[in-house]
Design a binder for this molecule. Structure first.
Ligand SMILES: Nc1nc2c([nH]c(=O)n2[C@H]2C[C@H](O)[C@@H](COP(=O)(O)OP(=O)(O)OP(=O)(O)O)O2)c(=O)[nH]1
Length: 137
């Protein structure tokens, strides 16, 4: 069974937000876009808005939905990572689950060690950087 997970590519000042999974989380030490698993009956958009509130304490405004990345961490754990571009609507970021954050520009995207499922999304982001980053206001 595929586990659907949403994540937010939060854009500010021509940079995107990456956060590092902390020791208490599976895949500790890997960098990711904040987000989490879709709950039963929840839409992807409601999920990402809820997760960002829980993890970062901010309200976001969603932009576009980007191509999903399917990744098998094991036979039992196959995730479908569904990214949304987004901007901050209100609030100040606090890390409630992650232990580090970094704002990455177009040429810094691969300076962190991404969770494997994120790699195709980061590559897509780099390739479509200008339209994604400028496509949201
Ligand atoms: N949020 C998020 N999760 C990712 C990314 N890349 C990636 O492989 N994952 C994996 C890590 C986890 O195995 C899974 C998401 O689970 P999670 O633990 O963050 O989600 P959750 O908050 O709903 O978790 P849970 O406590 O309900 O299990 O997807 C990413 O960019 N963002």
């Amino acid at each position: 069974m595929i586990i659907p997970v949403t994540c937010a590519i939060i854009i500010q000042d021509q940079k995107v937000l990456a956060v590092r999974r902390s020791k208490s989380m599976p895949l500790a030490g890997f960098w990711e876009f904040p987000g989490g698993k879709i709950e039963e009956g929840e839409s992807p958009a409601s999920c990402i808005i809820r997760e960002i509130k829980e993890e970062l304490g901010i309200e976001i405004k969603l932009g576009e939905i980007l191509p999903a990345s399917d990744h098998a961490y094991s036979q039992e754990k196959v995730i479908r990572l569904i990214p949304f571009s987004a901007i901050i609507h209100s609030g100040e970021i606090k890390l409630y689950e992650h232990d580090q954050l970094s704002w990455l520009g177009a040429n810094e995207l691969f300076e962190v060690t991404w969770a494997p499922a994120d790699i195709p999304i980061v590559s897509y982001l780099k390739e479509h950087w200008i339209s994604i980053v400028n496509g949201i206001k």
